[in-house]
Write a protein that binds this ligand. Structure first.
Ligand code: ADP
Ligand code: MG
Length: 238
């Protein structure tokens, strides 16, 4: 587990400032949902934490360590992409183990860690299949497996369920909650779906226009929204 802290983080693309100075602490071991309308900067914020984008100013700290200058692979973070990011020509086992192969881990260790991840995700029987032979939910689990296998302290999910149908989305929400309970990890989950945020989060961070409007537990935001945007966005009675 690890705390994630952003200190005075800013991000501009060219002359466009999409995230003005921002402070955020994400609690160790929390399931934090980052929610806000499309284009408000959620993905950018996640990519800054992951190191897939460089900050324009400020620091990213993980577990109290400044990782601002570190490569994504050196931040103990794994990002879960949507299921279509699987390699179609590789088996499930090869897809899950790919990151470890890139890191030149020994074959035996890769096999053991892939099997461990597959067990957590109930994919043991599917390790030799290709992605096209899987259902949507199974593909999504393989995508999560690629993250688990690296044993990160922090998982980042960027709208991972948006391609799935409603029934599967509900099932995957439950599975993600179980996964969070099983793994000792901090999870940051991005969505634009208020219902998803309110039901999945133990902490919610609400963004609009690159600015954090409020953060806290779903109950706190519902009972005591900081401003009309928060109230309107999460549908609290005020
Ligand atoms: P969200 O994930 O909340 O929908 P994004 O983080 O993707 O929002 O985008 C926030 C803003 O930053 C948008 O206005 C978007 O157009 C802009 N943006 C994101 N990435 C880039 C980029 N690589 N270059 C220029 N503008 C970008
Ligand atoms: Mg996005």
């Amino acid at each position: 587990m690890a705390e994630v802290r952003l200190e005075r983080v800013e991000k501009s693309f060219g002359s466009v400032n999409v995230i003005p100075k921002l402070e955020l602490t994400i609690a160790d071991g929390s399931f934090t949902v980052l929610v806000g309308p499309s284009g408000c900067g959620k993905s950018t914020l996640l990519r800054l934490i992951a190191g897939l984008e460089d900050v324009s100013a400020g620091q990213v700290l993980i577990d109290g360590v400044d990782v601002t200058e570190r490569e994504p692979s050196d931040r103990s973070i794994a990002m879960v992409f949507q299921s279509y990011a699987l390699y179609p020509h590789m088996t499930v086992a090869q897809n899950i183990g790919f990151g470890l192969r890139l890191a030149r881990k020994p074959k035996k260790e890769i096999r053991a860690r892939v099997e461990e991840a597959a067990e957590i995700l109930q994919l043991e029987a599917l390790l030799d299949r290709k992605p096209r032979q899987l259902s949507g939910g199974q593909r999504q689990r393989v995508a999560i497996g690629r993250a688990i296998v690296r044993k990160p302290k922090v998982f980042l999910f960027d709208e991972p369920l948006s391609n799935l149908d409603a029934a599967l989305r509900t099932q995957m929400r439950v599975e993600l909650a179980e996964l969070h309970a099983k793994l000792d990890a901090t999870m940051i989950y991005v969505t634009h779906d208020q219902v998803e945020a309110m039901t999945m989060a133990d902490q919610i961070v609400i963004m609009n226009g690159g600015v954090i409007q409020q953060s806290g537990s779903p109950m706190t935001l519902y009972d005591r929204p900081a401003n009309p945007f928060v109230a309107g966005f999460i549908g609290s009675p005020r």
